[in-house]
Design a protein around this ligand. Sequence first.
Ligand code: M6R
Length: 607
Amino acid sequence: MCGIFGCATSGSKAAEIIHGALKRLEYRGYDSVGEATIFEGKIYIKKDQGKIDDVHSLLNLDDLPGSLGIGHTRWATHGAPSKINAHPHTDCGEKIAVVHNGIIDNFDELKAELENLGHTFKSKTDTEVIPHLIEENLRHGLPFIEAVKEALKRLDGSYALAIISTLEPDKIICARKESPLIIGIGEEAMYCASDIPALLPLTNKIISLDDGEVAVIWSRGYEIRRLNDWAIVAREPEIITWTVEMAEKQGYPHFMLKEIHEQPLALRNTLRLQDLYLDLIATFLDRAKNVFLVACGSSYNACLAASYMFSKLACISAYPVVASEFIEQFGSAVNIDSAVLAVSQSGETADTLMSVDYARNRAATILGLTNVVGSTLTRVSRVYILQQSGPEIGVAATKTFTAQLLVLAQIALRVAKLRGKLSSQEIKGLEKELKSIPDIVEKTIKMNVEKASQIAKKYRDSRFFVFVGRGINTATALEGRLKLLEIAYVPSLAFPAGESKHGPISLIEPGVPVIFICPRDKTRKAIIGNIMEMKARGASIISVIEEGDEEIKRLSDDYFEVGRTVSEIFSPIVFIIPLQLFAYYMAVEKGLDPDKPRNLAKSVTVK
Ligand code: M6R
């Protein structure tokens, strides 16, 4: 997730406006920053790695000349944070500058093609193919806007783009596919931005672009067209009444709710990870004699789910271990034949890093899954994967948890392939299903927002909750419980349903709410048995079911429904959604701030 901005003014200094807007977009990414302006037929660029204030004090971003320009605040995806990789990116002739938010899936092949045609690349980014593609089209005699249009047609993946060129020095071309982009209509100026906060002090009149649309803006006007048939799009501007703070949360009252809603997008991004790194990690896991999945909190719950994935798909025993216990529990068993896959959203969790350090000293192979570029975990891992969820500000992990699950599922599938454990038909089926998950999650969010708020109202005074699952959804139960207790401060217990009669059922008395995770898999019969046991003791049954599961609906006092067609392996990604929403609304009902639960920090950097 990056922030892009562009402005075409009729005489004001663009650089200062861009700088101010980027500051308001910094929450979208902050590892590098850059601006480009056009003045007297030349493109001027300042960019570097670092936070905006640091780069500004070094370079003075405000003294670029010109009344039109673009800017970018980066959250690296392809290419580490560095001056060269910072946006804007240019073509060989430095006549075109581009800022981009998104991921170009086919950049490898485009880059090879362009290099063969003599283009020289400076950065390791996927973005840089765009100015070179446009330049190539210009070489073939296309006018600038045509050249952009044809270049866009070659891009697979997601993008929000702002493009400027000395060939059309009064215009900015903006394009959108899957990444957000809005146009701002000002007095004697037009703007484009990733998000509303960038625009608020400048204008409250905005137009949101839809996927597949291209806008050309100049200081006194704009034109929006559809990329596929170049038809003009007429759309009325909307008037925004948000404050800057509300806008950062995109109108949601809390970051947590915003981040829950961002999950379809975050999951789509995890389906675009580079094959090379996924394959490398799968190869190391396949070769290892013992595999440990090491993490804390929600990341541990993702690892627990992943241990079922690895076992079921690839027939590997991968031990999920709470990082603070790793050395005590498995330290002596770690050796050169071990692989440790450390999972940490922040990449900075002290216990996880301590385990990694220990395992490295015993010659184990360290593999990392994290959301933060340049984090310590990326530096100490032999191979790491960035999960591409964008910054998560709420203390409770939501979008980063489901993204971790989806990455881990992809790795498990690859190990299964390497080991020949699945038929090609099974693999195809699972890969197809993987791709459908973001849509199922999107639907599930829609199905549960209202419901979660209602159920939270009903149970707001309950003093104790129980979460129960079986199989891979034991992890979902643990994660649902972690969400509820950390932000709504409700004491809760979670366990595999089979453990019930070995102790926890003694806590059940009339009215205790018990939340059951009930996918339609082979655990279903046993789960129904567990529901009956709890009902017999007067528990209030809240079930999470697949839509249309009438039988369990009838057994439940309340239920959440999730979208269908998920095989067991992927089910936690979908079944956790209502529980995230439920925890959120429980916190809200109790008048608590879900973004900042007491005593907790987003990143736990002490042991
Ligand atoms: O950054 P990490 O993934 O290593 O963080 C691990 C835990 O601290 C984190 O998941 C924590 O449990 C969250 N607050 C859960 O919502």
